[in-house]
Design a protein around this ligand. Sequence first.
Ligand code: 5GP
Ligand code: ZN
Length: 113
Amino acid sequence: MDCIFCRIVRKEINSNIIYEDDTVLAFEDIAPQAPVHILVIPKKHYSTLLDMDQKDKELIGHIFMVIKNIVKQKNVQQSGFRVVMNCNSQGGQTVFHIHFHILAGRQMHWPPG
Ligand code: 5GP
Ligand code: ZN
């Protein structure tokens, strides 16, 4: 699949990998928007959340447990963090391979931009 994140999964493009297992990869965002900015993706390609269904519930649950482990590893679990998934144009999605952003290390604001 000619997708930038699929290429990162296949190690055809370098990334700073934070965590990897059979189904999930986590790596540092190339243009960090906070002191901690990590992307957590399923290795399997899904363009958007809309491509997931009931059979993917376990994978989504697993991704959230990976996110929990990463924020503890980064020691931001108490100070706080934000988990974001952008979906389609007005959601601000630019890479069409599902990813959760983990943002931490500074004060987050609401409403988001
Ligand atoms: P989106 O806007 O789709 O929610 O987020 C895409 C994210 O992927 C952006 O934060 C962008 O900086 C990041 N990104 C795009 N290309 C690359 C890349 O080649 N390597 C890494 N590590 N991050 C990327
Ligand atoms: Zn992909």
